[in-house]
Design a protein around this ligand. Sequence first.
Ligand SMILES: C=CC1=C(C)c2cc3[nH]c(cc4nc(cc5[nH]c(cc1n2)c(C)c5CCC(=O)O)C(CCC(=O)O)=C4C)c(C)c3C=C
Ligand SMILES: [Fe+2]
Ligand SMILES: [Fe+2]
Length: 364
Amino acid sequence: MSQQLSQASAAPHHPPRRVAVVLFNLGGPDAPEAVRPFLFNLFNDPAIIRLPNPFRFLIASLISGRRAKPATAIYAHLGGRSPLLENTEAQAAALEGRLEADPALPGAETRVFIAMRYWHPMSAETAARVKAYDPDLVVLLPLYPQFSTTTTASSAKVWNEAARMVGLDVPTRLVCCYPTLAGFIDATADLVRPLYEAARAHGTPRILFSAHGLPKKVVAGGDPYQWQCERTAESIAAAIGVDQLDWVGCYQSRVGPMEWIGPSTDAEIRRAGQDGVPVLVVPMAFVSEHSETLVEIEIEYRHLAKEAGVPHFTRVPTVGAHPGFIDGLAGLVRQSVAGRAPICSQKGDRICPGTQSGCPQPRR
Ligand SMILES: C=CC1=C(C)c2cc3[nH]c(cc4nc(cc5[nH]c(cc1n2)c(C)c5CCC(=O)O)C(CCC(=O)O)=C4C)c(C)c3C=C
Ligand SMILES: [Fe+2]
Ligand SMILES: [Fe+2]
């Protein structure tokens, strides 16, 4: 098997002195000029456009050119840039603070780094910084609660290549996913409850648990993302603690001509309008704010809800650096150090193999 696999599964011989935690996230453009190259990087990812080169390169050039204008208009609502990096930095700082002097990591120093997939800081830059830190264990921690070949696996693959390029040759563990992690579920439910109570003044609210969608054929190929999103939605619904809660899981952010998984969030907003119920949109796959939450949900879906006759519309914020969520992430780091986290074996990069204890299983 590959060197990465043996790195990923190898245990350090002694408790680690220095642990590098690398947060994986998508990245977003930091200026209007960055929108097109950011989109090119995204569509040139073989996990997104599954074609060999030179076809992928040509398609990526074409789509990023076409999508640049509407995407720039989206980011214009946010001052021309994505806030994803700042928000990820705030989470990294909170996690580093939480792990400092953590009694579960006796004697270990932990530093938290960020590796974005499609914009800076990308894996190559971060791997060089991690190497300079000289850790004896690396924990790869995706800021994606649910595993997808298009997100976590794609980041892990690029990280492994970057680590090899800079000669970073230390035991490395990838946390595959945490769709029902108590810290994530309870922090989300905490954010929902007061907004749900406020919405009650307008009728019996319906909660739309909304996640970024995926093309149907990615799911048909074995990607466990949709299955894990369903587990997240039912866990948050239970944690909210309202009897006979009206809720539905749905998917937003469809791009391109392919068929995507559903139901779509916009169709659910229209249905809520027909039923005359107040709506709360709860992000279930995003853990910080960016264009998908601040523009698509806050501006576009709010507007659609008004048009569709929804009596009251609420966007529930993402967990961000909520202490409960950060505690949950710290727990995953502790478990990884101890070799007990839901860790993907990285057996291929197609699907989460679900072979480790705690690794949620997709339906077969
Ligand atoms: C075209 C295919 C895409 C797939 C498959 C996809 C999967 C996927 N993406 C996220 C999270 C985010 N995506 C974001 C932006 C974004 N995503 C795509 C396309 C696909 N994503 C595009 C073209 C864009 C750019 C914006 C646009 O043009 O509409 C973002 C926001 C980034 C930011 O604003 O900083 C996030 C976050 C997940 C979780 C996912 C699969 C599970
Ligand atoms: Fe996306
Ligand atoms: Fe897994």
